[in-house]
Design a protein around this ligand. Structure first.
Ligand code: UTP
Length: 299
């Protein structure tokens, strides 16, 4: 019987340089895909997976992320006065129970590994999920829920993985693969951002992890790696051979919303799914394609 995954870390301390100028004064994790900010999608995903404690690793200028999940008395009263029942329901869905959100600070963006390490005192000695808000996964069963179900059977460390084009391996942590069974792949080695020719495979880690607390001991002494940042992948490599460690080929489609093109793709996909505007978005897309095909002089 595995120890239950009750806590999740949301690293939100990065600078979002790839998304400038949008992220100059606004955190990347607050960018909305259709009508919800990125952070809300991952918090909802974690809730669906049974997570009870939500730990934000944030930084200077990012307290709006915590505020987003907090009760706002003025807004609430105004909506009640105006009889805005649907809007009140939307806000009710957003609130977590008192005390379920905690935030720690990462004073400097020293890398994802460093951000995760900043949460060590709040996690303690139990397994923890890590969700990167700039990765959205559109799936029938939320990605982390799929992983928790698998974790309850096999335990250890689990990272969500997908095959990427070989020319993109230098953007990911990449697996050297061992035995494979169904969606699970034994991890033999991990390499952070390998050049395409040196990559041991194309199976790459996306922003969902279930990790054992030993990761904090390894991060404690982790030297900066690729990009001169403290890399989570490098610490994970140190756990291989000390208990089960699997890549999990999740069911669903992942959108890299830290990248402008990936963000637009997510907006289209989630817009098409949206119960209110899905039909309108479909028509907009068809019109755009038609304009493109007829050689719109403005493009
Ligand atoms: P990214 O590398 O995608 O985010 O890290 P970034 O550094 O903000 O983006 P660019 O490359 O400058 O455009 C993935 C997640 O890890 C967090 C980020 O906030 C993001 O949610 N992160 C990254 C931290 O919390 N701290 C860090 O030092 C680095």
């Amino acid at each position: 019987m595995q120890q239950r995954v009750r806590k999740a870390i949301f690293p939100v301390g990065g600078l979002g340089v790839r998304f400038l100028p949008a992220t100059k004064a606004m955190p990347k994790e607050m960018l909305p895909v259709v009508d919800k900010p990125l952070i809300q999608y991952v918090v909802e995903e974690a809730r669906a997976a049974g997570i009870e404690q939500f730990i934000f690793v944030s930084s200077h200028g990012k307290s709006v992320l915590e505020d987003h999940f907090d009760f706002s008395p003025e807004l609430h009263e105004t909506l009640v006065r105006r009889g805005k029942t649907r809007e009140l329901e939307l806000l009710d869905e957003l609130y977590l129970e008192a005390g379920q959100i905690a935030a720690v600070r990462q004073p400097e963006p020293l890398g994802l590994g460093h951000a995760v390490w900043c949460a060590r005192h709040l996690v303690g000695d139990e397994p923890v999920a890590v969700l990167l808000p700039d990765d959205l996964v559109r799936a029938r069963t939320p990605c982390l829920k799929q992983m928790v179900e698998v974790y309850n059977e096999v335990g250890g460390n689990i990272v969500a993985v997908m095959d990427v084009p070989r020319e993109h391996t230098d953007r990911y942590g990449v697996l050297k693969c061992g035995r494979e069974k169904d969606r699970l792949v034994e991890v033999q080695a991990l390499v952070e951002k390998p050049k395409p020719a040196a990559a041991p495979s194309t199976l790459s880690i996306i922003g969902r992890y279930i990790l054992q607390p030993q990761v904090f001991e390894l991060l404690e002494n982790q030297e900066p790696g690729a990009g001169n940042e403290v890399q989570l992948t490098d610490a994970l490599a140190g756990m291989i051979g000390h208990g089960p460690f699997h890549g999990y080929r999740f069911e669903g489609t992942r959108y890299d919303c830290g990248d402008k093109a990936g963000f637009v793709a997510a907006t289209i996909a989630f817009g098409l799914d949206h119960e209110k505007i899905g039909t309108a978005v479909r028509q907009i897309l068809l019109d755009q394609v038609q304009q493109l095909e007829s050689g719109d002089p403005a493009r």
